[in-house]
Design a protein around this ligand. Sequence first.
Ligand SMILES: Cc1ncc(COP(=O)(O)O)c(C=O)c1O
Length: 430
Amino acid sequence: MAGDTSKKDEPPDWYAAGLEHAWPPYAQMKTAAPPLPVVRTQGSRIVLADGRVLIDGIASWWTACHGYNQSHIRHAVAKQLKQMPHVMFGGLAHEPALTLARRLATLLPGDLSRVFFSDSGSVAVEVALKMAAQYWINRGVKRRSQFVAFKGGYHGDTTGAMAVSDAEGGMHALFAGLLPQQHIVDLPDNDERAAALDKLLAELGDTIAAIIVEPLVQGAGGMKFHDAAVLKRLRVLADKYDTLLIFDEVFTGFGRTGTLFACEAAGVAPDIIALSKALTGGTLPLAATVATRKVFDAFWSDDPKKALMHGPSYMANALGCAAANASLDLFESEPRLQQVAAIASALLQDMAPCRGMPGVKDVRVQGAIGVVEMEHIDDLDALRARFVEQGVFVRPFGTIIYLTPAFSITPDELKTLTDAVVNVVRSINS
Ligand SMILES: Cc1ncc(COP(=O)(O)O)c(C=O)c1O
């Protein structure tokens, strides 16, 4: 069914009747192309209401790492649905959540061992920031309430997460008046920048609660890569200035960059890590903020004021936790990291023809992330439509055309995606 792009029907009734009541993400609704009505997914394929089938190049914003409708996850969720879809986590605990907490603690590096569950990547970051700020308050250090974050970074769309994102790359330039001002600086990706960050941290003294970074790949801010040395430098600087280090692995976690967690490539562990997206294999919204023993110990007290006052209604949702446990089973039973390595080789080889094409600034690959950066893209909607014509779903943004497929994608499907990228890039300036 791949590549079947022939239209068969008019849009279904539910589409016409509901579209004017739905508010889509990141879109100027007046001018944006209307969304494509989807009726089914399977593996790496999206079936549209009119019968067309698209190969999915981005796995639903990097969540569906095992492909859609993965049977092991579906069965685990169906079983959990019969038994208990959800119960509040305040004063109650359940097996899927505690099992997942134990498994994450075992898999994560260092002594990241206390798991706080929430429901989205943005909230996982909010919780990480709140945890870091209160860590210092609980220890009687009142001034450490600010954050150092990086240009090109993106940490989510909630207020705290916006404040530590690069305003331009993070799409939040309008809100300068609303957001608490943080220190958004250059990544220490060379000696000079490392020295500048060292100097800044010395000047800021005991005002910094934590440094927050997306390890190895700054995703939504432009799919920019940096090497593991950056993370090592950040660990050294955080220790030197006695501040906490937060890794936002909402995008990179669960294999995307080639190791289960991106920070493994650097052999360093943060004090707090934020996880979401592929945590449930793209089936249900769930997130986790995981703290080390050192951070947790600052909250362990007879004083009720030292408790972390946070608790989303759907925290540790049992369906989400069942999906996440099933997803972890698949990382154990299926050769996911080998698949990522194979995808990386195929992306490198098959996107290489884009290098040197007119208008192409860079072609780069890290794990199962393939990027063609253009000098500029004039009409994103037109470009997105050209991909659909090629039988694939790919969603360029800014100057970036990228592929982040499911790890279970077949070689033929992946070739369809890379061919589409090469064809579309070739057509842009021809
Ligand atoms: C690194 C990073 N952090 C946080 C977020 C926010 O996650 P969510 O969209 O689930 O709120 C994203 C989303 O793209 C992300 O890439």
